[in-house]
Design a protein around this ligand. Structure first.
Ligand code: GLN
Ligand code: ZN
Length: 807
């Protein structure tokens, strides 16, 4: 039997309904009932769409008002004790207020000394596997009282069922939940995984409740199976699911569930193969079916065939759920026939997406008026992928019945056209348009070693100790946003838009003089987003108009599409940097100063540009990244030539790019380092290369950090407990470059006190030579208001000056 399903669908809703409803609710512009209504509408629309497209098992449980891990934390009562005083009543409003307080922080309502209530910090966020989606991090301790506090999933299932849908509930499994959770500092790995068993009874209850209400199957997502797991974790996984099986059986015996129909349990792994986890995972007999990612996990195929899966269900993730390229139906059909035509007749097959479509924009139709027709033809977002799954299912089932091929002509032609299109858009012959070369032609290595450069740069810049700087962006105010919108919609000209940006740069420079920062930036006002800007400016890349993808909560980003050879047509940041240099000079002239003021240009690094875009899928991602690296290299060389001698190349996505499987990581590290060094080594020794990284578990990428060979590293470490710094300590790792671990948390609107900043810097100087410590916020200022920015930087700079006197 052949049927079709998807792993999950985006939550965004038409016209970003999800984002706007959430934000309106937070601003108290709509009621909680209206928020719930907006959510319901999105779900209903998704179900209707999937069903009309011909998908047999539509999905419920993939929608979330904020995040699916947060949903589970709340449902399982995994609530940190600091929230104990936050009201958790039964009413709808209380329910949502409590839920959002975990995501966004709260004020305590306790009648303690503090009348206003202390602020309670929210759950942390972390990257969901190797994607740019962030989930929240549940906190588990010995005080956690695991219990089921809601049955939202069951209600949602019943709702879909009552609408007449054949619905498949999905839920993230207990092992993946534990994997993302945080434990008290002294919790051993063993006891961490022991908590799995406490979750099992809750899963059993939920599953039986679904069964009782008529659900025929449940998809349990355990993408931790795509990672390299220690054997003890795999054992814990095995034990937990056996326990689950036993518990479900014994509960059925005492009347839970449905006496006539046993719900089928499907195990879903995606983003990569099961690989060495295959045997354990597929031998757990409570699972009736297994999902395989057959785009990023094809190495599982021989094992699948060997195992055979008689009388089981195989869900084959044939359609790429993570990239925007139209599925080549004929290729996928042939792939199926070649590999799976010989499956035992007792195996049920589900044609599926490789992973949830959460990482794709809603529909490519919204781009029709904006994208070049030829490119438009080649793309397919979440909605189109659903249709492709349905078409592929038709092709396979018709072939199975009658050995004939259903021809989806348009798709067949478009797929053929892709090669032509890529060629047409590739870089002009290098002989006719040679690349820019700089003072250093070596592709991966700077002229001198770090120590040699450091000497030259110290003399060249002559900065005080504890130099102060920022990470690049200044507040993106509503006036810039509205000007940008006006420019994009053609209401104002490019020149008018540029004038506005220049006005902002002038203000920004004046502010930095007033604050007395040591190293200036120009505020990145011209960039909506650090990757989108380069997507707009590089050849071989295109940006979308409505291609929003959820990053976290109500935050959506528009990843650019890399469709051909990436190269730099024209300089991208030089004009505004020249303007910035001039502005600085004119201020210096006006006050009669002969002092030099340095400005740091900000670029986005090649790994991050590719990681936060949709890359081509016809060549390896390492190749795509190397092309981008060459383009950034040209920009770096040009910036140096116009007199910008500090250049920060941001690589916040370098950690997230690390492959899920350990065995693939060395290769990645090598090409990630090579790409960064390609981008940054074409210049003189006096030019100082900085990099900035955030949201990372840095200790996993120390080799990369060292390998980048930068002059200064600024990192978001305020929230990462020094764990990382410990690992970079000279003597242990001998990390000698300048380091700015972050004087305060820029993501919080609270103004950091001087005391807090001093404490932090003192911590840093325990690990690092004070001569190499830089003082900067831990990330860009883009999301702060101008009113928050100034006092925070004032305190930061005052601390640097105070510390200098003390030295
Ligand atoms: N330079 C960027 C900024 O200041 C860095 C952003 C980031 O680290 N994500 O906004
Ligand atoms: Zn950052």
């Amino acid at each position: 039997m052949i049927s079709s399903s998807i792993v999950g669908f985006p939550r965004v809703g038409s016209d970003r309904a999800h984002k706007f409803a959430l934000e309106k609710y937070w601003r108290k512009k709509i009621t909680v009932e209206e928020l719930v209504e907006a959510g319901k509408k999105i779900k209903l629309r998704n179900w209707e769409f999937e069903s009309k497209a011909g998908i047999e098992q539509i999905v419920v449980g993939d929608f979330s008002y904020y995040d699916h891990i947060l949903d589970l934390a709340v449902a399982f009562n995994v609530i940190p004790s600091r929230f104990k005083d936050v009201k958790r009543g039964d009413g709808l409003e209380d329910k949502f207020e409590f839920y959002f307080s975990l995501a966004r922080g709260a004020k305590s309502t306790a009648n303690g000394n503090n009348i206003e209530g202390d602020s309670i910090h929210p759950l942390e966020m972390t990257k969901w596997f190797d994607t740019n989606y962030h989930c929240l991090v549940p906190e588990i301790s010995k005080h956690t009282e695991f219990k089921l506090t809601n049955k939202d999933l069951v209600e949602e299932y019943v709702h879909a069922k009552n609408q007449g849908y054949n619905a498949k509930p999905v839920i993230v499994g207990p092992a993946t939940f534990i994997y993302f959770s945080k434990f008290e500092d002294n919790t051993s790995t063993e006891s961490k995984w022991d908590y799995l068993n406490k979750l099992i009874p809750l899963y059993a209850d939920l599953i039986l409740e679904l069964e009782k209400n008529g659900a025929k199957m449940i998809q349990i997502d355990e993408p931790i199976l795509a990672t390299t797991l220690d054997s003890e974790v795999l054992d814990a996984f095995d034990r937990a699911y056996k326990l689950l099986g036993g518990l479900i059986e014994s509960k059925r015996n005492i009347g839970y569930g449905d006496p006539y129909y046993k719900i089928k349990l499907f195990l879903a792994n995606y983003y990569s193969s099961y690989d060495e986890n295959f045997d354990v995972a597929t031998s757990i007999d409570i699972f009736d079916g297994f999902h395989f990612d057959l785009v990023n996990g094809i190495s599982d195929i021989p094992k699948i065939l060997e195992k055979g899966f008689k009388n089981k269900t195989l869900s084959l993730g044939l359609v790429d759920g993570r990239n925007v390229w139209k599925t080549d139906l004929k290729e996928r059909f042939n792939f199926f026939i070649k590999n799976f035509a010989g499956l035992d007749p007792s195996v049920s097959v589900i044609i599926n997406s490789s992973c949830s479509l959460l990482h794709l924009p809603l529909t490519v139709k919204k781009e029709k008026d904006y994208l070049e027709t030829d490119l438009y033809r080649l793309l397919s977002f979440a909605s189109e992928k659903v249709i492709e799954i349905s078409q592929l299912t038709t092709m396979i089932s018709v072939y199975r019945e009658s050995r004939s091929l259903v021809a989806f002509d348009e798709n067949f032609q478009d797929s053929k056209f892709k090669k032509v299109f890529i060629c047409k858009h590739s870089r002009p012959n290098p002989d006719t348009k040679p690349r820019k070369t700089g003072p250093n032609e070596d592709k991966f290595t700077r002229i001198s070693s770090f120590q040699g450069r450091k000497k030259i740069q110290n003399e060249y810049f002559n900065l005080p100790i504890y130099p102060t700087t920022t990470i690049g962006s200044f507040p993106q105010t509503t006036d810039i946003r509205s000007k940008r919108r006006a420019y994009k919609s053609g209401e104002i000209t490019y020149e008018q838009y540029l004038d506005e940006i220049k006005r902002k740069i002038i203000d920004c420079i004046h502010l930095q003089f007033e604050l007395d920062l040591d190293v200036f930036v120009n505020g990145e006002y011209e960039r909506t987003d650090m990757v989108e800007f380069f997507g707009e400016n590089l050849e071989g890349m295109e940006v979308t108009t409505n291609g929003w993808v959820q990053s976290y909560g109500s935050r959506y980003v528009k990843p650019p599409i890399i469709f051909a050879h990436v190269y730099r047509g024209n300089p991208m940041t030089c004009e505004l940097m020249e303007f910035t240099l001039k502005t600085i000079q004119s201020v210096l002239d006006s006050i009669g100063s002969t002092k030099k003021k340095y400005v740091k240009a900000i670029l986005t690094g090649p790994v991050t540009i590719v990681k936060w875009s949709f890359p081509r899928n016809d060549i390896p991602i390492s190749e795509v990244t190397k092309q981008v690296a060459m383009a950034i290299r040209e920009e770096v060389i040009d910036l140096e030539a116009i007199g910008v001698h500090m250049i920060q190349v941001d690589e916040p996505a370098i950690r997230e790019g690390l492959p899920l499987k350990k065995k693939d990581q060395d290769e990645y590290k090598q090409w990630a380092i090579e790409s960064f060094r390609t981008a940054t080594s074409g210049i003189n020794d006096f030019t100082q290369i900085h990099t900035h990284m955030c949201y990372s578990d840095f200790y996993e990428i120390i080799e990369i950090i060292k390998g980048l060979d930068v002059d200064v590293l600024t990192i978001e470490s305020v929230k990462s407990n020094m764990k990382f710094l410990n690992n970079l300590v000279p003597g242990k790792e001998n990390y000698e470059a300048g380091i700015g671990p972050g004087a305060y948390d820029v993501h919080s609107p609270a103004i950091p006190s001087k005391e807090e900043i001093i404490q932090r810097i003192k911590q840093y100087t325990k690990y690092f030579d004070k001569k190499s410590v830089w003082i900067n916020p831990d990330c860009g200022n883009k999301t702060r208001t101008e009113a928050e920015l100034k006092p925070a930087l004032q305190n930061m700079i005052a601390v640097a000056k105070q510390l200098r006197i003390q030295e």
